[in-house]
Design a protein around this ligand. Structure first.
Ligand code: SF4
Length: 275
């Protein structure tokens, strides 16, 4: 008999409003890579590490920064300072393609690492121009996993809104193993090379989220903070509720209302979705 696939039904959903996780950049507003989708724009809204003190009251920090030309955040030189500032707070580190030596250092301070997993060579070239390949992402992901909790992030439509390596990323992560998955969605950003592009179609995004849910029925899947706003967000967030994702960051009110109407048990958090 033909087997029937259905979405696993979860009775709980978490809505995260990560205002208690402070975004900190180790390179200030600077980024050598100047990626097509970001152009360093998002660093401007982060707190430079030089201005941080141990007296900061946030229970967690998202530590990131601009990348060097090879796609790695220069984290090694800041590890000692981060260790000094930690004071019991938790760090979600976003560090790009770091070396094994840096991973060893990172493991001493990171509570988890958010890792952008990219599985298409043309996308890596078009968006980052870093000269890296999918193999580099696989190698770095594996090295990170040996030392620290890794939270892979897949940006749907990263290549200017086109769907390129997203399904390949899911297949690879199924082979390599993943304890959680976070999806973010490309959004055109003013002043960047992809400013005039469109977000990926809602149907394409919903198909990827559904495939992920079916391929990974037992791990938490998050819809992360970076995604388009307005009507688009309302629609995709409602899809995410129906597809039984485990958490949604800064959900559209309509998605919260839908979860309530469906009788889901709702929990709320105030930190990064993976912490
Ligand atoms: S997607 Fe989740 S883990 Fe990544 S930065 Fe946003 S809230 Fe934090």
């Amino acid at each position: 008999m033909e087997s029937l696939e259905r979405l696993p039904v979860s009775e709980t959903i978490r809505f995260a409003y990560p205002k208690k996780t402070k975004p900190v950049t180790v390179t200030g507003p600077n980024c050598e890579l100047n990626c097509a989708h970001c152009g360093g724009h998002y660093l401007k809204h982060m707190q430079p590490i030089d201005e941080m003190t141990a007296a900061d009251s946030s229970p967690s920090w998202l530590v990131s920064g601009g990348c060097q030309a090879d796609g790695a955040v220069p984290i090694g030189e800041h590890i000692a300072r981060l260790a000094e500032l930690k004071q019991g707070r938790r760090y979600n580190m976003h560090v790009g393609l770091v070396s094994d030596a840096e991973i060893d250092m990172l493991a001493g301070v990171a509570d988890c690492v958010s890792f952008d997993f990219v599985a298409d060579n043309a996308t890596i070239q078009d968006v980052f121009g870093s000269g890296r390949k999918v193999e580099d992402y696989i190698r770095c992901y594996q090295s990170l996993r040996r030392k620290v909790r890794v939270m892979p992030h897949i940006c749907i439509g990263l290549n200017g809104g086109e769907i390129c390596g997203e399904y390949r990323a899911l297949e690879l992560l199924r082979e390599l193993g993943a304890e959680t998955l976070t999806f973010i969605i490309f959004m055109p950003t003013r002043g960047t090379r992809f400013a005039d592009r469109k977000p990926p179609s809602l149907v394409a995004v919903a198909e990827i989220l559904s495939s992920a849910r079916l391929m990974f029925p037992d791990i938490p899947i998050h819809l992360g903070c970076m995604r388009p706003g307005g009507r688009y967000r309302e629609d995709i967030d409602k899809w995410a509720v129906r597809i039984a994702l485990n958490s949604i960051v800064n959900p559209a009110p309509a998605a919260v209302a839908l979860a309530e109407r469906l009788g889901l048990k709702i929990t709320r958090g105030e930190e990064c979705c993976v912490l």
